[in-house]
Design a binder for this molecule. Structure first.
Ligand SMILES: [Zn+2]
Length: 482
């Protein structure tokens, strides 16, 4: 009896499996017929664009900007796309990172096959890390999803709001929902992200309308890690506009530059580690080393840790101090967890970081994914001091900050150095600020905190830009209206 039941079950699942691919074909053909088949498409509109990974409050929504124009052109045959957009900051300014860019920020992005690049001006700038995600974005559009599913042996199953269709493209899974009217209402994929691991990109489509012979949604909302990154009200759609894209030679020949770490001694036992977009500071104590900031990802962290070991041989990196939760500053922290360092961060971040430190990183496994370790996190409320054998550093929460609610700065009293992340970015005639000058309200608030805590600072060591005398910062903060 039991054996018969088992055979019945096995047969049932075999039939369901066989029906699945067949169902997918039927559903996809119906969707293609209902929505309209195109070899290329162009859609335009306005809405909102959000700065992913730059929330004001840890775990909060990505800060919004106004998307004043947006046009995307996709050629499904050549797997190429061009995205042109222009966005501006809301007034009054919303809190969080990814700003300010001042006025209107125009961007042009291209992807063609394995190549991705930006066109900020007349010359192309290779965007080496973006191709996989931008290529996937082609399949996340309604017509693209149907084509991708047809090309990649999709499977189908019944869901609550329609048929769930899934397929693989390379190592990436793409899934979507086709409703009873044969419209694609939702697509989702997952890409590798140094902070969150297998990052979800979910797009919903609503308000389907006839745009001159093709059905296209009038509303597109894309979310990454649960919060909107793009909200687009579609105002026009062009069918088969074509897209001529030739990959520039500068893009074809580009390769990932090696991680560069340039060290500068600031005082006895204090080094500034620059050489890239984000800096770190190494502080030596009698029996251990503390590193301030683990930005970007594993590659940067490994290079910074190697440099720290060269500067201070035979002492372990016991602490990694993280200034705030923004993803560019958090991306390399996992490598320090893997290396066994204790992570010092704002108390607001503890639960959030604990989740990220165990989040699956299957698409691009990093050091911690390969060697999982239980993290040790030291929470800071307003102040925390590390002191040993005449060396000390003081960690302070920056009150009233508009960039990140959890933002902290580090003061090294013996050397009178202040290390801060995103309230002040040094800019000198020789070395312009890599991320643009910060708004006066940021530096003015930082100055207020320095005065409140009566810190005697002579040198600013910003985590973007170069080391400058405190007077440079005073000039900038002085012009601000707090
Ligand atoms: Zn930031």
């Amino acid at each position: 009896m039991a054996k018969q039941l088992w055979i019945a079950c096995a047969l049932f699942f075999l039939c369901v499996g066989a029906a699945s691919a067949q169902d997918a074909k039927t559903v996809l053909q119906a969707a293609q017929k209902a929505m309209g088949d195109v070899s290329s498409i162009q859609y335009s509109g306005t809405g909102h664009l959000n700065a992913y990974g730059q929330a004001y409050i840890t775990g909060g929504a990505w800060p919004v900007t106004n998307l004043t124009s947006y046009t995307k052109t996709i050629d499904y045959t050549t797997k190429s796309a061009k995205e042109e957009l222009s966005h501006s900051e809301p007034v009054p300014m919303v809190k969080g990172g990814g700003r300010p860019f001042g006025g209107e920020d125009k961007q042009v992005h291209f992807v063609s096959g394995q190549y991705a690049w930006d066109m900020p001006g007349a010359a192309p700038v290779p965007n080496l890390g973006a191709a996989a995600e931008w290529q996937l974005q082609i399949w996340l559009t309604p017509q693209g999803f149907v084509k991708g599913a047809m090309e990649n042996k999709a499977t189908a199953k019944k869901g609550t709001t329609g048929t769930i269709v899934s397929f693989m493209t390379g190592k990436y899974k793409v899934t979507g929902v086709i409703d009873a009217q044969n419209m694609v209402t939702r697509t989702e994929t997952w890409v590798a992200d140094p902070d969150v691991g297998d990052k979800s990109i979910e797009t919903t489509f609503s308000g389907y309308k006839d745009f001159g012979g093709v059905k296209f949604p009038s509303m597109i909302v894309q979310k990454q890690e649960g919060f909107p990154t793009l909200e687009l009200t579609v105002t026009s759609v062009k069918l088969n506009p074509g897209l001529t894209v030739s990959v520039p030679d500068a893009v074809k020949t580009a390769s990932m530059p090696p991680v560069k770490v340039v060290d500068q001694k600031l005082a006895d036992g204090v080094w500034f580690l620059g050489g890239g977009s984000h800096n770190s500071v190494v502080v030596e104590f009698s029996t251990y080393v503390a590193v301030i900031e683990g930005p970007l990802g594993d590659a940067r962290s490994e290079a910074v840790m190697a440099e720290a070991k060269k500067l201070v041989p035979d002492k372990p990196i016991k602490y990694l101090i993280n200034t705030h939760h923004h993803f560019d500053h958090l991306g390399g922290v996992r490598a320090y967890v893997a290396a066994g360092a204790t992570i010092i961060t704002n108390e607001a971040n503890v639960g959030y970081y604990e989740k990220l430190f165990i989040a699956p990183h299957t698409l691009d496994p990093d050091d911690l994914a390969k060697n999982p370790k239980k993290p040790t996190i030291m929470p800071v409320k307003e102040k925390y001091v590390l002191t040993e054998g005449g060396q000390s550093l003081e960690i302070y929460h920056i009150d009233g900050d508009s960039h990140a609610a959890d933002l902290m700065m580090v003061y090294i009293p013996k050397a009178k150095i202040l290390v801060e992340a995103d309230d002040f970015t040094s800019s000198t005639p020789q070395v312009p600020a890599p991320t643009g000058v910060r708004p006066a309200v940021f530096s003015a608030n930082l100055m207020k905190n320095i005065q409140r805590l009566k810190l005697d600072v002579t040198t600013m060591a910003p985590l973007h830009g170069v080391v400058v005398p405190f007077s440079d910062f005073q000039k900038e903060a002085g012009s601000g209206k707090g």
